[in-house]
Design a binder for this molecule. Structure first.
Ligand SMILES: *Cc1c(COP(=O)(O)O)cnc(C)c1O
Length: 555
């Protein structure tokens, strides 16, 4: 009689891919995936979400315990599928929620393969040729952004926040050499725009610089850093004996797609170095996690326009290209393939212009005695992570191969052209106004007003005049209520899923401006989906007008 555990091991072997070719079992593996996908498919309808949206029961979740006995793979995968219920389908034309792309099949396979064979990018020893995929993806992207791949280097890491963390960590080591060894002994600042992502703060906090050492520079009406104010703030800071570790340019803000003037920030850095005789210049990091993808237009001929984008789209793409062309001026760049590169989470690339900079972060080999016995590629010597998934690198590479420059140009051009169509229609209506008019990406922030409001004058008055505070608040509420109606309609399967931002920006007198937001990243979006946004707005406006009439008549 065999021991019971032996039976269990034998059973569980079926739940692993077989180490030696076994076509029958391969079919079982593939079929398990297929059946799972079938079950997901059953959750699809015409609506932009899987299954139904329900209120999650976290108390029930906390009450769960691990069972005594194994369960069947089929049961487990069926249960797992259930957790997708209520998920938005980001690729649905009527899902226009945020900067979340639908991943391509190639990138999903790219993510899957290293999951099966468990490549670990800590080193070539544990990732073998998969390490080459990381180097290839980094080299191709380097070239796109204008770096020289023979000088630059890149590692995939845990999100855009991770890329900023690498950038600032490098910055600290450059202004205070030896910090890796001795620790941080004096304060240093990070300078970035008030529109920068909160990742700058996260990083400052986690690296021991502190939130208080993030110098937030006011942005202009186009959500771009004001370089002259950055200069003033930096000067004052240096005059008072402070150290600036890093300047961070935001190349594509999260909400509005504002793009900082990197040429100006680069010039500013050089002037500060000259004027203050800085021996250790501040590091210039570009947070391009969103904007990087527009680099594919760096060598696009907008005059000949071989892809045939329409005029308004050409203007929008060229405007972003003009800014994005200067990305190579940054000492390091953060890139998210999972934002505008159509891969699954997490696929973030940290690029440095000079690979030699990474030496600042290198630990000694002696501290890692069990690693790096062979081979030449050992990113684990300088990465924050030890185990590092190869899924991000492989899915990024998958899309670089799948798209080619023209493919990514076409996709970006398409979503921008859809956003431009939306803007055209919003601008044509008296009741709606586009807020981020000077930003030319796939995201549109807008505000809706009730009948009888002069929407040409109102946004400006709300922004600048404190005597319009009450009105601003009223229209903030109005947009909130409008959003609630649009959202609940969308959850019932009608209309579109858009989002709302509580503070698109602050008014000159310090009040938050609420805005509605349409972020189009679906390759499946067509004019009809744009029209659906407008229709949702009109229906919701009508409902609100109705409500108001009822309360008025009751009063
Ligand atoms: C999303 C975002 C980040 C954070 O990136 P994650 O990949 O979500 O960690 C940083 N900066 C900007 C501008 C972003 O939009």
């Amino acid at each position: 009689m065999t021991a019971p555990y032996v039976d269990l091991v034998h059973t569980l072997r079926q739940a692993f891919p077989q180490p030696v070719s076994d076509r029958v079992h391969d079919a079982y593996f593939a079929f398990s995936v297929l059946r799972t996908l079938d079950q997901v498919d059953a959750l699809k309808s015409r609506q932009p979400l899987l299954g139904v949206s329900e209120v999650p029961d976290y108390d029930l979740a906390r009450a769960q315990v691990m069972a005594d006995q194994p369960r069947l793979l089929e049961e487990v995968s069926r249960q797992l599928v259930g957790y997708l219920s209520g998920m938005f389908i980001w690729g649905h034309p009527r899902a226009q929620i945020n900067v979340v792309p639908p991943p391509t099949i190639a990138s999903i396979i790219g993510g899957l393969l290293p999951s099966i064979y468990n490549a670990n990018l800590v080193s070539e020893e544990s990732s073998r040729r998969v390490a080459v995929a990381e180097v290839e993806a980094a080299a191709m992207t380097s070239r796109l952004v204008g770096y020289d791949p023979s000088q630059s280097a890149g590692v995939f890491t845990f999100g855009g926040t991770g890329t900023a963390l690498y950038g600032v960590r490098l910055a600290i080591e450059k202004v205070f050499p030896g910090t890796m060894q001795q620790g941080l002994r004096q304060p240093a600042a990070i300078v970035c725009s008030e529109r920068s992502h909160y990742a700058c703060k996260t990083v400052a906090g986690w690296l021991g610089l502190g939130f208080d050492n993030v110098v937030s520079v006011p942005a202009d009406g186009n959500n771009e850093i004001r370089p002259c104010l950055a200069e003033t703030l930096c000067r004052d800071f240096l005059k008072n004996g402070g150290t600036i570790a890093a300047l961070i340019a935001t190349m594509g803000t999260t909400d509005a797609f504002g793009v900082d003037d990197l040429v100006a920030l680069h010039g500013l850095r050089d002037r500060l170095v000259d004027e203050f005789g800085l021996e250790r210049p501040p590091h210039l990091h570009a947070d391009a996690v969103i904007g990087w993808a527009w680099s594919v237009f760096n060598d696009y001929d907008f005059d000949a326009n071989p892809l045939g984008f329409r005029g308004r789209t050409v203007r929008a793409l060229a405007a972003v290209r003009r800014k994005m062309q200067s990305l190579h001026l940054a000492d390091s760049i953060g890139i998210d393939f999972h934002k505008t590169g159509f891969t699954p989470y997490v696929s973030s690339l940290f690029l440095v212009k000079r690979a030699a900079d990474l030496a600042h972060l290198t630990r000694s080999r002696e501290s890692m005695p069990y690693l790096f016995q062979s081979g030449v590629y050992h990113p684990g010597e300088y990465t924050l992570e030890t185990s590092r998934s190869a899924s991000g690198a492989m899915s990024a590479l998958a899309n670089l191969l799948l798209f080619g420059k023209n493919g990514l140009r076409a996709l970006l051009g398409h979503v921008v052209s859809m956003a431009e169509t939306l803007r055209e229609q919003l601008e044509a209506h008296a009741a709606t106004t586009v807020l981020n008019r000077g930003n030319f990406g796939p995201v549109t922030l807008f505000r809706v007003y009730p009948d009888g409001v002069d929407t040409f004058a109102m946004p400006e008055l709300e922004q600048t005049r404190a005597d319009h505070r009450e009105q601003l608040r009223e229209y903030n509420r109005y947009n909130h209520e409008l959003f609630d109606i649009i959202q609940s309609e969308a959850m019932r399967g009608q209309g579109v899923v858009i989002s709302l931002t509580d503070c698109y920006r602050e008014t000159d007198y310090g009040e938050p401006v609420v805005a509605l937001k349409s972020y189009i990243l679906s390759p499946f979006a067509e004019e009809e989906a744009v029209g659906a946004v407008l229709e949702s707005i009109w229906r919701a406006r009508q409902i609100l007008a109705e409500r108001r009439r009822m309360t008025d008549s009751r009063a």
